[in-house]
Design a protein around this ligand. Sequence first.
Ligand SMILES: *Cc1c(COP(=O)(O)O)cnc(C)c1O
Length: 387
Amino acid sequence: MSNINIDKEFVANTYARFPIEISYGNGSYLYSPDGKEYIDMGSGIGVTAFGIADEHWKNAVIEQLSKVQHTSNLYYTEPCAQLAKMLCERTGMKKVFFGNSGAEANECAIKVARKYGADKKGNDCNVIITLKNSFHGRTLTTLSATGQDKFHELFQPLTTGFVHAIANDLDSVQKLVKNNNVCGIMIECVQGEGGVNVLTKEFVKGVREICDNQDIIMIVDEVQTGNGRTGELYAYMNYGIKPDVVTTAKGLGGGLPIGCCIMNEKTENVLSFGDHGSTFGGNPVCSAGAISVIERIDESFLNEVKLKSEYVFNALKNASGVESVSGMGLMLGIKTVRPAKDVVAECIEKGVLCLTAKDKVRLLPALNIPFETLKKAIETIKEVCAK
Ligand SMILES: *Cc1c(COP(=O)(O)O)cnc(C)c1O
């Protein structure tokens, strides 16, 4: 029996997989067992930030793997400490909690906002505002945070205490602040799963102001937008604001499971001994991989991300069959005349793997995708869109 059929029989039916098995890869290329080559324009879902089997990342991971692959959080390890220091130095924030996924990073942020509210204003101060069309994860609490009804229907009752404002509509945020006892506001600067929607500067700055005025914790969910994806180390850096809590995951580990919740001077001491924890959190191998990712995202690297982004915007904006292009850096959404699903299916046949987000074709290539490879993929996508 093929691996595809074994998977169909034995793996839970939660994913609509394409009928492709990936057996190995190199950089921005993936290969199926029969040797068919694909350009990877998804990097997982924005996870393999430096592509597949990247030498620098691989060496960092293997070196740590041969020293110690896990200790409990009862002891210190170098990669965990060094990664936390690096993240704080690069963001100006103060402390990091490590988990293993985006949802866990957000769970931690939600606990921070709730405890801050309880400490400052009492236990009733526990409501968190998120945006419609947002995506914050699959645990029951992060599902509640997610502002899309379709995720809620089957799993009632969900965690209470989440209300949803309209993206880029400050009045809708103001109203919810007025009518609820709000401890936190959580946003994605660019909504990923919601359709690659970019928040305006005015809105993000406005949310920061509301949070300052009302002593509310501002959480920026950088699970998808973080770690160089938008052309800055974190997407909030495009907006000239500083959040109180930043969560990130996906690209951070370069393909290994790691998520984290980064706290500033206002929130660094909200959680104390016993308030939170994770058995696998801060794993030294994942942390070593993450260090190798973050240490390479410097200004010149980010400039290259921006140049590649400009290239894609220019190549697609007037292309036939393309209605519009949205996004930032190498997080891009293409509104196509043909249904996005059809475009993606045909791109696969032509050897290019893309993603979708709502009704758009979504691109999240490796940040170090060579220009030539990027051009080749964009030519194929253009061809398919024009049909
Ligand atoms: C993917 C994603 C999550 C969830 O991350 P998991 O690692 O799947 O738990 C949360 N927030 C955003 C913005 C995401 O894109």
